[in-house]
Design a protein around this ligand. Structure first.
Ligand code: ADP
Ligand code: MG
Length: 264
């Protein structure tokens, strides 16, 4: 029988609001504004996932899909040093892929499925999930199409997480309130004129207009089991807040970004 493992974030406070860390066999989503540490968290957890279970790891290999070109092997080496593990071996245990478009992103999942069937992988990071979809489907008529493709991608992810006992961590972004308001007006108009409303996924995209809803809307909300909002705090502090978790209360934690990755 497969057992759920929890992978530490690098911060004890952050781990505690998650009930120990990000879980295998499920999809977790972190979203938040620019520079709040989404990519740093992605790097940190890619190192920790390889550590023994007693140290907050999952004793597993890692797959990393990068859509923004922000993966830095040097950061992996620095974080590995913090945990006293071999930097090169740690880098080599990360199967890295740069996704070029949404088609390619979906294809990568098929390739990874074959790799995962070996049983050695415990973590899949996608930084970030919407980037390719946003670029490929930006036209007016393509919104429903994009939601459908995204849905397909998420279904596949959910399936892989379950089948191979993998923790899927996906990063998404939120827009600034201003941009968000504009997009919301635009999409409301679009929904009225184009009957996008008949597609529940599409009509709920950007719903809320409170500046705190991730790009991708409700399609993402259904596939992810735990969602965490990251934001900037005072000074160097960053704040993580649980949202819509099935088994964790909506608590906040403060963390910082260091040379050794996410920390308290
Ligand atoms: P996001 O992906 O959410 O846009 P990042 O994960 O790239 O944000 O985080 C960027 C932040 O991380 C910046 O504030 C930067 O100063 C900080 N950072 C990056 N590397 C280091 C490091 N080695 N030590 C301390 N802080 C760092
Ligand atoms: Mg980033």
């Amino acid at each position: 029988r497969k057992r759920v493992v929890r992978i530490s974030t690098g911060s004890k406070q952050f781990d505690s609001i998650l009930g120990g860390g990000f879980q295998s066999m499920s999809i977790s989503e972190v979203f938040g504004e620019f520079r709040c540490g989404k990519t740093q968290l992605s790097h940190t957890i890619s190192v920790i996932a390889q550590l023994p279970v007693e140290l907050g790891g999952a004793n597993g290999k890692v797959a990393y899909i990068d859509t923004e070109g922000t993966f830095r092997p040097e950061r992996i080496a620095q974080i590995a040093e913090r945990y006293g593990v071999d930097p090169e071996a740690t880098q080599e245990n990360i199967a890295y892929a740069r996704a070029l478009n949404s088609e390619h992103q979906l294809e990568l999942l098929n390739t990874l499925s074959r790799e995962f069937s070996g049983g050695a992988f415990r973590l899949l990071v996608i930084d970030s999930i919407m980037n390719c979809f946003r670029v490929d489907y930006c036209g007016r008529g393509e919104l429903a199409d994009r939601q459908q493709k995204l849905n397909q991608f998420l279904m596949k992810l959910a399936h892989m997480a379950e089948e191979f006992n993998v923790c899927v961590l996906m990063v998404s972004i939120i827009l600034s309130s201003f941009l968000f308001g504009m997009l919301y007006s635009y999409l409301t108009l679009l929904a009225q004129t184009n009957q996008v409303q008949s597609d529940p996924g599409a009509s709920s995209l950007f719903a809320g207009a409170d500046g705190r809803k991730p790009v991708g809307g409700h399609v993402l909300a259904h596939a992810s089991t735990t969602r965490v909002l990251l934001r900037k705090g005072r000074g160097e502090e960053r704040v993580a807040k649980i949202q819509d978790s099935p088994d964790c209360p909506e608590r906040e934690a403060i963390y910082i970004i260091t040379n050794g990755g996410i920390n308290d």
